[in-house]
Design a binder for this molecule. Structure first.
Ligand code: KIV
Length: 301
Protein backbone atom coordinates (compact mmCIF):
# COMPACT_ATOMS: atom_id res chain seq x y z
CA UNK A 1 0.00 0.00 0.00
CA UNK A 2 1.45 3.46 -0.87
CA UNK A 3 2.35 5.67 2.08
CA UNK A 4 -0.42 8.15 2.90
CA UNK A 5 0.65 11.75 3.34
CA UNK A 6 -1.03 14.82 4.79
CA UNK A 7 -3.01 15.65 1.61
CA UNK A 8 -4.46 12.11 1.70
CA UNK A 9 -5.80 12.77 5.21
CA UNK A 10 -7.47 15.97 3.99
CA UNK A 11 -9.10 14.01 1.17
CA UNK A 12 -10.22 11.34 3.65
CA UNK A 13 -11.85 14.01 5.82
CA UNK A 14 -13.69 15.42 2.82
CA UNK A 15 -14.80 11.93 1.74
CA UNK A 16 -15.88 11.16 5.36
CA UNK A 17 -13.48 8.22 5.35
CA UNK A 18 -12.24 7.55 8.90
CA UNK A 19 -8.50 7.84 9.56
CA UNK A 20 -6.86 5.13 11.69
CA UNK A 21 -4.00 5.99 14.03
CA UNK A 22 -2.19 4.08 16.75
CA UNK A 23 0.92 4.54 18.86
CA UNK A 24 4.00 2.35 18.46
CA UNK A 25 7.33 2.53 20.24
CA UNK A 26 9.45 -0.25 18.75
CA UNK A 27 10.43 -2.01 15.54
CA UNK A 28 8.33 -5.20 15.75
CA UNK A 29 5.16 -3.34 16.74
CA UNK A 30 5.71 -0.86 13.91
CA UNK A 31 5.91 -3.81 11.51
CA UNK A 32 2.59 -5.16 12.84
CA UNK A 33 1.00 -1.73 12.48
CA UNK A 34 2.13 -1.36 8.87
CA UNK A 35 1.02 -4.90 8.04
CA UNK A 36 -2.40 -4.15 9.58
CA UNK A 37 -2.76 -1.23 7.14
CA UNK A 38 -3.01 1.57 9.70
CA UNK A 39 -2.97 5.10 8.21
CA UNK A 40 -0.70 6.73 10.79
CA UNK A 41 1.59 5.98 13.75
CA UNK A 42 2.28 8.21 16.75
CA UNK A 43 5.48 7.57 18.67
CA UNK A 44 3.82 9.05 21.73
CA UNK A 45 5.45 10.27 24.90
CA UNK A 46 3.13 7.69 26.46
CA UNK A 47 6.23 5.52 25.93
CA UNK A 48 7.21 6.87 29.36
CA UNK A 49 4.50 4.75 30.96
CA UNK A 50 4.16 1.97 28.40
CA UNK A 51 7.86 1.23 27.86
CA UNK A 52 9.78 2.73 30.79
CA UNK A 53 7.28 2.32 33.63
CA UNK A 54 7.32 6.01 34.66
CA UNK A 55 4.20 7.25 36.48
CA UNK A 56 3.53 9.76 33.65
CA UNK A 57 5.01 11.47 30.61
CA UNK A 58 6.97 14.24 32.39
CA UNK A 59 10.33 12.38 32.71
CA UNK A 60 10.46 11.47 29.00
CA UNK A 61 13.48 12.95 27.19
CA UNK A 62 14.19 13.98 23.59
CA UNK A 63 16.83 11.23 23.37
CA UNK A 64 14.27 8.55 24.28
CA UNK A 65 11.75 9.92 21.79
CA UNK A 66 14.31 10.03 18.97
CA UNK A 67 15.57 6.49 19.62
CA UNK A 68 12.02 5.10 19.61
CA UNK A 69 11.07 7.09 16.49
CA UNK A 70 14.11 5.66 14.70
CA UNK A 71 13.09 2.10 15.59
CA UNK A 72 9.49 2.69 14.51
CA UNK A 73 10.59 4.24 11.22
CA UNK A 74 12.71 1.14 10.50
CA UNK A 75 9.68 -1.07 11.20
CA UNK A 76 7.18 1.01 9.23
CA UNK A 77 8.96 2.66 6.29
CA UNK A 78 5.68 3.23 4.44
CA UNK A 79 3.53 4.69 7.17
CA UNK A 80 3.01 8.35 8.12
CA UNK A 81 4.77 8.75 11.48
CA UNK A 82 4.22 11.53 13.99
CA UNK A 83 6.89 12.15 16.65
CA UNK A 84 5.66 13.45 19.99
CA UNK A 85 7.58 16.36 21.52
CA UNK A 86 8.27 15.57 25.18
CA UNK A 87 7.80 17.89 28.15
CA UNK A 88 10.25 20.84 28.11
CA UNK A 89 11.40 20.18 24.56
CA UNK A 90 9.32 23.12 23.22
CA UNK A 91 7.81 25.10 26.10
CA UNK A 92 10.79 27.29 27.03
CA UNK A 93 11.57 29.07 23.74
CA UNK A 94 10.70 29.20 20.06
CA UNK A 95 14.32 28.42 19.11
CA UNK A 96 14.41 25.31 21.28
CA UNK A 97 11.06 24.18 19.89
CA UNK A 98 12.26 24.54 16.28
CA UNK A 99 15.57 22.77 16.97
CA UNK A 100 13.94 19.85 18.75
CA UNK A 101 11.18 19.52 16.16
CA UNK A 102 13.86 19.46 13.47
CA UNK A 103 15.70 16.64 15.26
CA UNK A 104 12.66 14.37 14.84
CA UNK A 105 12.84 14.81 11.08
CA UNK A 106 16.61 14.85 10.62
CA UNK A 107 17.53 12.03 13.01
CA UNK A 108 14.46 9.81 12.95
CA UNK A 109 12.82 10.53 9.59
CA UNK A 110 9.32 11.13 10.95
CA UNK A 111 6.71 12.93 8.83
CA UNK A 112 5.30 15.30 11.43
CA UNK A 113 5.59 16.31 15.07
CA UNK A 114 2.89 16.70 17.73
CA UNK A 115 2.90 19.09 20.65
CA UNK A 116 0.42 19.76 23.43
CA UNK A 117 -1.39 23.04 24.02
CA UNK A 118 -3.52 25.69 22.37
CA UNK A 119 -3.15 29.45 22.16
CA UNK A 120 -0.37 29.63 24.72
CA UNK A 121 2.05 27.66 22.52
CA UNK A 122 1.21 29.49 19.26
CA UNK A 123 4.65 31.18 18.94
CA UNK A 124 6.35 27.75 19.05
CA UNK A 125 3.82 26.26 16.64
CA UNK A 126 4.37 29.13 14.17
CA UNK A 127 8.15 28.76 14.43
CA UNK A 128 8.03 25.02 13.74
CA UNK A 129 5.61 25.51 10.83
CA UNK A 130 7.86 28.24 9.39
CA UNK A 131 10.68 25.70 9.43
CA UNK A 132 8.57 23.64 7.01
CA UNK A 133 7.55 20.93 9.47
CA UNK A 134 4.07 19.36 9.52
CA UNK A 135 2.51 20.00 12.94
CA UNK A 136 -0.20 18.10 14.79
CA UNK A 137 -1.83 20.02 17.65
CA UNK A 138 -3.10 18.29 20.80
CA UNK A 139 -5.78 19.83 23.03
CA UNK A 140 -8.33 18.67 25.60
CA UNK A 141 -6.67 16.49 28.20
CA UNK A 142 -3.00 17.31 27.74
CA UNK A 143 -1.06 14.93 30.01
CA UNK A 144 2.09 17.10 30.14
CA UNK A 145 0.07 19.81 31.92
CA UNK A 146 -2.19 17.45 33.89
CA UNK A 147 -0.94 19.08 37.11
CA UNK A 148 -2.64 22.34 36.07
CA UNK A 149 -5.71 20.45 34.87
CA UNK A 150 -6.11 18.83 38.29
CA UNK A 151 -5.11 15.36 37.08
CA UNK A 152 -5.90 13.21 34.05
CA UNK A 153 -9.45 14.55 33.73
CA UNK A 154 -11.78 14.95 30.77
CA UNK A 155 -11.96 18.54 29.51
CA UNK A 156 -14.68 20.68 27.90
CA UNK A 157 -17.48 19.34 30.08
CA UNK A 158 -18.92 22.81 30.74
CA UNK A 159 -19.98 25.24 28.02
CA UNK A 160 -17.25 27.68 29.08
CA UNK A 161 -14.44 25.12 29.08
CA UNK A 162 -15.73 23.82 25.70
CA UNK A 163 -15.55 27.41 24.39
CA UNK A 164 -11.90 27.64 25.44
CA UNK A 165 -11.17 24.41 23.54
CA UNK A 166 -12.95 25.71 20.43
CA UNK A 167 -10.88 28.92 20.60
CA UNK A 168 -7.70 26.84 20.93
CA UNK A 169 -8.70 24.63 17.99
CA UNK A 170 -9.47 27.63 15.76
CA UNK A 171 -6.23 29.37 16.78
CA UNK A 172 -4.14 26.29 15.99
CA UNK A 173 -5.81 25.84 12.60
CA UNK A 174 -5.40 29.58 11.95
CA UNK A 175 -1.67 29.28 12.67
CA UNK A 176 -1.38 26.56 10.05
CA UNK A 177 -1.48 23.34 12.10
CA UNK A 178 -2.33 20.50 9.69
CA UNK A 179 -3.81 17.86 12.07
CA UNK A 180 -5.48 18.16 15.48
CA UNK A 181 -5.71 15.55 18.22
CA UNK A 182 -8.55 15.97 20.71
CA UNK A 183 -8.21 14.01 23.95
CA UNK A 184 -10.91 13.21 26.50
CA UNK A 185 -13.68 15.66 25.61
CA UNK A 186 -17.44 15.04 25.32
CA UNK A 187 -18.59 13.69 21.92
CA UNK A 188 -20.68 16.84 21.39
CA UNK A 189 -17.54 18.96 21.66
CA UNK A 190 -15.62 16.50 19.45
CA UNK A 191 -18.37 16.74 16.82
CA UNK A 192 -18.51 20.55 16.88
CA UNK A 193 -14.76 20.98 16.53
CA UNK A 194 -14.49 18.28 13.85
CA UNK A 195 -17.20 19.93 11.76
CA UNK A 196 -15.92 23.48 12.35
CA UNK A 197 -12.32 22.74 11.29
CA UNK A 198 -11.17 22.02 7.75
CA UNK A 199 -8.11 20.08 8.99
CA UNK A 200 -8.45 16.41 10.05
CA UNK A 201 -9.46 16.14 13.72
CA UNK A 202 -8.56 12.84 15.35
CA UNK A 203 -9.82 11.79 18.73
CA UNK A 204 -8.95 9.69 21.73
CA UNK A 205 -11.87 9.69 24.12
CA UNK A 206 -13.47 12.42 22.02
CA UNK A 207 -16.41 10.45 20.64
CA UNK A 208 -17.37 8.88 17.37
CA UNK A 209 -17.72 12.02 15.22
CA UNK A 210 -14.02 12.80 14.82
CA UNK A 211 -12.38 12.30 11.42
CA UNK A 212 -10.41 9.41 12.89
CA UNK A 213 -9.34 7.69 16.08
CA UNK A 214 -6.12 6.93 17.88
CA UNK A 215 -5.49 4.39 20.64
CA UNK A 216 -2.37 3.59 22.60
CA UNK A 217 -1.15 0.25 21.29
CA UNK A 218 -0.33 -1.07 24.77
CA UNK A 219 -3.98 -0.49 25.78
CA UNK A 220 -5.46 -1.91 22.56
CA UNK A 221 -3.54 -5.18 22.86
CA UNK A 222 -3.97 -5.49 26.64
CA UNK A 223 -0.27 -5.14 27.44
CA UNK A 224 -0.36 -2.10 29.78
CA UNK A 225 -1.61 -3.24 33.16
CA UNK A 226 -1.31 -0.23 35.51
CA UNK A 227 -4.66 1.42 34.65
CA UNK A 228 -7.22 1.54 31.84
CA UNK A 229 -8.82 4.87 30.90
CA UNK A 230 -12.56 4.89 30.09
CA UNK A 231 -11.89 5.55 26.40
CA UNK A 232 -9.87 2.37 25.91
CA UNK A 233 -11.17 -0.70 24.16
CA UNK A 234 -8.97 -3.77 24.60
CA UNK A 235 -9.07 -5.75 21.38
CA UNK A 236 -7.05 -8.61 22.83
CA UNK A 237 -5.19 -9.52 25.99
CA UNK A 238 -1.58 -10.22 25.14
CA UNK A 239 -0.58 -10.01 28.80
CA UNK A 240 -2.56 -13.22 29.46
CA UNK A 241 -1.09 -14.92 26.38
CA UNK A 242 2.49 -13.89 27.25
CA UNK A 243 2.26 -14.86 30.93
CA UNK A 244 0.71 -18.24 30.02
CA UNK A 245 3.51 -18.88 27.50
CA UNK A 246 6.21 -17.95 30.04
CA UNK A 247 4.66 -20.21 32.69
CA UNK A 248 4.59 -23.09 30.23
CA UNK A 249 8.26 -22.48 29.34
CA UNK A 250 9.25 -22.48 33.04
CA UNK A 251 7.30 -25.71 33.60
CA UNK A 252 8.88 -27.43 30.58
CA UNK A 253 12.43 -26.40 31.53
CA UNK A 254 11.88 -27.55 35.12
CA UNK A 255 10.44 -30.86 33.93
CA UNK A 256 13.28 -31.37 31.42
CA UNK A 257 10.88 -31.28 28.47
CA UNK A 258 12.50 -28.30 26.81
CA UNK A 259 14.62 -28.28 24.72
CA UNK A 260 13.47 -31.35 22.80
CA UNK A 261 15.43 -33.09 20.06
CA UNK A 262 13.99 -30.78 17.37
CA UNK A 263 15.58 -27.76 19.11
CA UNK A 264 19.11 -29.26 19.05
CA UNK A 265 22.03 -28.81 16.62
CA UNK A 266 23.27 -32.33 15.89
CA UNK A 267 26.85 -33.19 14.97
CA UNK A 268 27.70 -33.38 11.31
CA UNK A 269 27.44 -36.72 9.54
CA UNK A 270 30.18 -39.12 10.69
CA UNK A 271 31.51 -36.80 13.42
CA UNK A 272 29.96 -38.50 16.44
CA UNK A 273 32.27 -41.58 16.51
CA UNK A 274 35.26 -39.23 16.13
CA UNK A 275 33.96 -37.09 18.96
CA UNK A 276 33.61 -40.13 21.24
CA UNK A 277 37.14 -41.20 20.37
CA UNK A 278 38.48 -37.71 21.05
CA UNK A 279 36.82 -37.45 24.47
CA UNK A 280 38.81 -40.50 25.70
CA UNK A 281 41.83 -38.21 26.26
CA UNK A 282 39.85 -36.50 29.02
CA UNK A 283 39.08 -39.70 30.91
CA UNK A 284 41.85 -39.15 33.51
CA UNK A 285 41.70 -35.37 33.60
CA UNK A 286 39.48 -33.90 36.30
CA UNK A 287 38.36 -30.37 35.49
CA UNK A 288 37.33 -28.99 38.84
CA UNK A 289 40.15 -27.31 40.74
CA UNK A 290 42.69 -27.56 37.95
CA UNK A 291 44.95 -24.49 37.78
CA UNK A 292 43.87 -21.94 35.15
CA UNK A 293 40.51 -23.57 34.59
CA UNK A 294 37.83 -20.89 34.49
CA UNK A 295 35.20 -23.48 35.30
CA UNK A 296 36.81 -24.09 38.72
CA UNK A 297 34.15 -25.34 41.12
CA UNK A 298 33.21 -22.85 43.85
CA UNK A 299 35.43 -23.54 46.87
CA UNK A 300 32.93 -22.19 49.37
CA UNK A 301 35.34 -19.73 51.06
O1 KIV B 1 1.54 10.15 23.88
C1 KIV B 1 0.52 9.61 23.45
O2 KIV B 1 0.44 8.41 23.25
C2 KIV B 1 -0.65 10.47 23.23
C3 KIV B 1 -1.97 9.79 23.25
C4 KIV B 1 -3.00 10.64 23.87
C5 KIV B 1 -2.41 9.34 21.93
O3 KIV B 1 -0.51 11.64 23.06
Amino acid sequence: MPKKMIHDFYKMKQAKEKITWITAYDYPTAQFVETAGMDMILVGDSLGMCVYGYPGTIPVTMEQCIVHCEAVRRGAPNTFIVGDMPFMSYQSSVEKAIENAGRFLKEAGVDAIKLEGGRRILPMVRGILDAGIVVCGHIGLTPQSSGQLGGHKAQGRTAESARLLIEDALALQGAGVQILLLEAVPPEVGKFITEKLSIPVLGIGAGMHCDGQILIVSDLIGQFQAFTPKFVKKYCNVAEIIIAAMKEYCAEVRAGNFPADEHCYHMLEGEYPKFMEMTKQYADRPFAGEAGDCRRAPSGD
